[in-house]
Design a protein around this ligand. Structure first.
Ligand SMILES: [Zn+2]
Length: 172
């Protein structure tokens, strides 16, 4: 089963950079402008990533989904995040943050103009997920925020429905 999510992203009014919602207070990763108004009803990238990672891992054993169509920078960042954590668990490096730096250096972004700020932006996004991975852990983080997960077999699926807004549809 593949799960479709739509990470929220927007465009900077000053420099037109695409920005994924990493926090409800953030600066534009390209021009540095403090972004004044945030859509607080939108789910943070971190929650999109962690929920779907737990789902995929349980469903088929890897964080990477079985099929994934990248249609915007939100999906692009998700895709890099999934690949990073699969690699992390395969390689088991001591210094996970250093491992992330190397991973980011090696990723390819399709044009130089985007590459200039997106690598840093993507690093911030994945680092946020990594921090939770190390402490308190994905399950603990989600339960703390959204309440306990039901115990039944499809617990993640029913739980994911509680994570609001981004749960667009399911494809069997
Ligand atoms: Zn900007």
């Amino acid at each position: 089963m593949s799960l479709r999510v739509g990470p929220f992203w927007f465009t900077c009014k000053e420099c037109y950079a695409g920005i994924v919602l990493l926090d409800y207070e953030m600066k534009c990763p390209k021009c540095g402008r403090q972004i004044p108004v945030f859509p607080k009803e939108k789910t943070l990238f971190t929650d999109n990533a962690i929920s779907t990672m737990m789902f995929y891992k349980k469903d088929h054993g890897s964080y990477q989904p079985l099929g994934f169509f990248i249609e915007n920078i939100g999906y692009e960042l998700l895709s890099f995040t999934y690949a990073f954590f699969d690699l992390l668990e395969k390689e088991q490096p001591e210094d996970k943050k250093l491992f992330l730096d190397k991973y980011i250096n090696n990723i390819e972004i399709d044009n130089d103009e985007r590459d200039g700020y997106l690598k840093k932006h993507y690093r911030d996004g994945i680092a946020g997920v990594l921090t939770i991975y190390e402490n308190p852990g994905f399950k603990e983080y989600l339960e703390d925020k959204y309440g306990p997960m039901p115990k039944e077999d499809n617990f993640l699926l029913s739980f994911l429905k509680k994570v609001r807004r981004w749960f667009s549809n399911l494809i069997s």
